[in-house]
Write a protein that binds this ligand. Structure first.
Ligand code: GDP
Length: 461
């Protein structure tokens, strides 16, 4: 089951529990059954699912005891939601922190994994990822077994404007790896990624080669690249590699559209090795940082603030002046429609809108293809084009009529009707756009309010 579907099913089980007037054993069991079936269909290991089920039951049962007054009922719902969330997080949490590359020094990263898992692609994605974050990055191709490996690296590194090293004549991968690392070290590269072979005539030769390369380049971090489609078999594969190359981190590739992604991630977590990234497509930008809590939060449609902050940082590097303005507003707790429009425009110019959408709570429901979402974004921008300066600087409330109490909204007003007419959209669409803007604004401000957002950004640097 694709992750978004898994998230939707788990969400619907929790919501149906939330809708029922009271929560008793029977209802809890029904919801848990639905959640567990969904996890099993994603190839999560039976034992892990069973233990999640029993832990949720024990924790929630304690909360179910006692009277049934209204306050208690609300409390119970919170307990159910929070317990399920926490248990899902611990299902994908290996409880180990990965190596963090440091600026101003050479960080050697060695990539290992079976051929076809996406190792070479991932090496370039990684180099691009770090390069975008200000690390001087490069790739060393130490795969001499597969004909064409160096060509592949050369092509993708050139496309990505990343420095690379390899050889058409040298046949010893250990020599190439050592030479490449030495050269780039001297040139003060900060991220040096060594791509290794993924196949040999004999498995033991492959493992022996990995050990020799590792001894020659002394990596700060060895990353195992795994293909999501193997599901829970990821555990056995990572254990086999662990004995030969003591890797400290994992990247799971091909998470886009693979039914067994959830299974692979939970299987890997069971080996107590942190997953650091997920590969989510064939493009160089299809690499997402992985952390247990944001991952589950995003899967359940609750947004991913860290991911958003990262996107903002990336945008900041592209157009520092514009971004500075937004950041200044955020610092003062402001996030106007104009700021939002700015962000949407930036996201559109960066591509991968669907990914951005999945980080914002509420937006994952905006399901559809990249083109569909892109056309929706464009319509939202047309709507903002029809707004007056006063409306753009506002927090959107001027579009809403309130009851006499000034707090209860009655519905959108003439301004929204004018915007709909002017942009060739409908009032319902304007309403939806305003709703989505509010979501984003609340998140931008609420994600730690005045300073939280800034602190989050600083923490990530
Ligand atoms: P290697 O043999 O392990 O070096 O694998 P490659 O990097 O050559 O990748 C094998 C294939 O998987 C290529 O067609 C890649 O484009 C594709 N691939 C790699 N990562 C991803 C991913 O995250 N998603 C998808 N859909 N394809 C990927």
């Amino acid at each position: 089951m694709v992750l978004a579907d898994l998230g939707r099913r788990i969400n619907s089980a929790i919501s149906s529990l939330n809708r029922s007037p009271t929560i008793d054993d029977k209802q809890l069991d029904a919801a848990l059954k639905e959640i567990c079936t969904a996890l099993l269909e994603s190839d999560v290991n039976v034992k892990l699912v069973a233990s999640l089920r029993s832990r949720v039951r024990t924790k929630v049962k304690a909360a179910l005891e006692g009277g049934a007054d209204k306050a208690k009922e609300a409390q119970r719902r919170n307990v159910v939601q929070k317990t399920v969330f926490d248990e899902l997080v611990s299902l994908v949490n290996p409880g180990v922190e990965p190596y963090k590359p440091k600026k101003g020094q050479s960080n050697i990263i060695m990539a290992v994994g079976l051929q076809g898992n996406g190792k070479t692609t991932t090496c370039t994605k990684l180099a691009v990822y770090y390069q975008k974050r200000g690390f001087k990055s490069c790739i060393v191709c130490a795969d001499t077994f597969r004909a064409g490996a160096f060509d592949q690296t050369r092509q993708s590194a050139t496309k990505a404007k990343v420095a690379y090293f390899g050889s058409y004549t040298e046949t010893d991968p250990v020599v190439i790896a050592a030479q490449g690392v030495e050269k780039f070290r001297k040139e003060r590269f900060e991220i040096i990624i060594v791509d290794t072979s993924g196949r040999h005539k004999q498995e033991k030769d492959l493992f022996a080669e990995m050990e020799q390369i590792s001894a020659a380049v002394k990596p700060d971090m060895t990353i195992l690249v795994l293909d999501a489609s193997i599901g829970q078999a990821a555990e056995a594969q990572s254990r086999a590699f662990k004995e030969a190359a003591d890797f400290g981190a994992i990247i799971v590739t091909k998470m886009d559209g693979h039914a067994k992604g959830g299974g692979a991630i939970s299987a890997v977590a069971a080996t107590q090795t942190p997953i650091i990234f997920l590969g989510t497509g064939e493009h160089l930008s299809d690499l997402e940082r992985f952390a247990p809590e944001p991952f589950i939060s995003k899967m359940l449609g609750m947004g991913d603030i860290q991911g958003l902050v990262e996107q903002m940082q990336e945008m900041a590097q592209r157009d520092p002046e514009k971004q500075k303005e937004v950041m200044k507003n955020l610092e003062q707790g402001k996030f106007s429609i104009k700021d939002w429009r700015e962000q949407m425009g930036n996201v559109m110019s960066m591509g991968s809108i669907s990914k951005f959408a999945s980080m914002i709570p509420g937006l994952p429901d905006m399901a559809g293809s990249e083109e569909e979402i892109s056309s929706k974004f464009k319509r939202m921008i047309y709507m903002t084009d029809s707004m007056t300066a006063y409306e753009l600087e506002s927090d959107g409330l001027c579009f809403v009529d309130m009851e006499k109490d000034g707090k209860t909204p009655i519905g959108v007003n003439w301004r929204a009707q004018r915007v709909a007419r002017g942009s060739g959209t409908s009032v319902a669409e304007v309403e939806e756009m305003l709703f989505q803007y509010r979501m984003m604004a609340n998140m931008a401000k609420g994600a730690g309010g005045k300073n939280g957002w800034i602190q989050a950004m600083q923490k990530m640097q």
